[in-house]
Design a protein around this ligand. Structure first.
Ligand code: TYM
Length: 329
């Protein structure tokens, strides 16, 4: 069976963007793939974060994984920090990636731009190295992610090629990014030229946000002065973003969404319908989340996930250690 792996950083409140671009697609993978989904808690340390906030977000994220339909019988759910092989593989593969290529990563450039240039953490710079270790430790064939992570998976592909060529053997499996055809980049509702992010702005919708507040944000979403509803990213970024959200949640194409709204010439009515679909989906998630968050299920799932993940990771790490010449392996 082919393998799929992905993860999310517990750095903030999960957004509708995280959901549509990634999380929503994770349970679909468990039907066809051997599925690994983890909490990227070591990655969460690449920018300053309050320890209690990180702990709570980690628990929330596992509860949301389960609430969104991940089945622990079909998916190995675990914490990155529970499997020390991630750090051990990181220490080896960092020697096969170059500072030049890491400094060209879009996400590094964006995240470091606002920092004091003399105090950019090494972990932020080396972030994609650890991400390569995450992917390669499980021999992942596919990696479902939103558009902003595609470049990191492509870097991982370069690494695999470089490493396997050097050792003249298929040590690492070549992974393939899977990016949704609709909804790979959900934009902010207040500034549809900016990505929706976990940063806590008014234009972002959170999976654990009050439904009345979500509805208000959608009704106030930035649009243009026209009244027709069609997809035009350049001239109608706000409408295009709402159409994308609608199409993703309805599992239809943008064309079908345009067709659905073609006779509606009032943005207010359009937004109301988008808000209905978003609130309906999020209400279901919140209901399940509330059932799970205070139960023992979270710790049980993580305990079992750790064991399963560790047994696979160990095998792959040994294969790599042997290949590079670590004594006794
Ligand atoms: P993170 O936590 O920033 O985001 C989690 C997932 O959500 C997607 N995403 C979006 N999709 C659509 N629209 C948006 N506005 C949007 N914002 C975020 C991201 O593309 C991502 O898929 N580096 C990863 C975590 C990670 C990982 C890995 C992923 C660590 N190791 C190995 C896959 C494989 C990250 O920071 O995602």
């Amino acid at each position: 069976m082919k393998k799929s792996l992905s993860g999310i950083k517990p750095t903030g409140k999960l957004t509708l963007g995280n959901y549509i671009g990634a999380l929503r697609n994770f349970p679909k993978m468990q039907e066809e793939y051997e599925n690994y989904i983890f909490v990227a808690d070591l990655h969460a340390l690449t920018l300053p974060i309050d320890p209690d906030y990180l702990r709570n977000n980690t628990r929330d994220l596992v509860a949301l994984y389960l609430a969104c339909g991940l089945d622990p019988k079909k998916t190995t759910i675990f914490l990155q920090s529970d499997v020390s092989e991630h750090s051990e593989l990181n220490a080896i593969i960092q020697n096969y990636l170059y500072m030049g290529e890491l400094s060209r990563m879009t996400q590094f450039k964006a995240k470091s731009a606002s920092l004091n240039q003399n105090a950019i953490g090494l972990g932020l710079f080396a972030y994609p190295v650890l991400m390569c270790a995450d992917i390669l430790l499980y021999d992942a064939d596919v990696v479902p992610v939103g558009e902003d992570q595609k470049q990191h998976v492509e870097l991982c592909r370069d690494l695999v090629h470089r490493f396997n060529t050097r050792y003249k053997k298929e040590i690492f499996k070549m992974p393939e990014p899977i990016v949704p055809s609709v909804g790979a980049r959900i934009m902010s509702l207040t500034d549809p030229t900016k990505k929706m992010s976990k940063s806590g702005e008014k234009g972002d919708i959170y999976l654990l946000e009050d439904l009345t507040s979500i509805r208000k944000k959608i009704m106030r979403a930035e649009t243009d002065l026209g009244s027709d509803i069609y997809f035009d990213k350049e001239n109608k970024p706000g409408i295009s973003n709402l159409l994308t959200i609608y199409a993703s949640l309805k599992d239809i194409s943008i064309k079908e969404a345009e067709e659905h709204f073609k006779d509606l010439h009032r943005y207010g009515d359009f937004k109301k319908e988008v808000a209905d679909v978003v609130c309906e989906e999020i209400a279901k998630i919140q209901q399940k989340y509330n059932e799970i968050i205070n139960s023992n299920l979270i710790d049980e799932v993580l305990k079992e996930g750790k064991e399963k993940a560790k047994s696979i990771a160990k095998m792959v790490l040994t294969r790599v250690q042997k290949a590079v010449g670590i004594y006794g392996k």
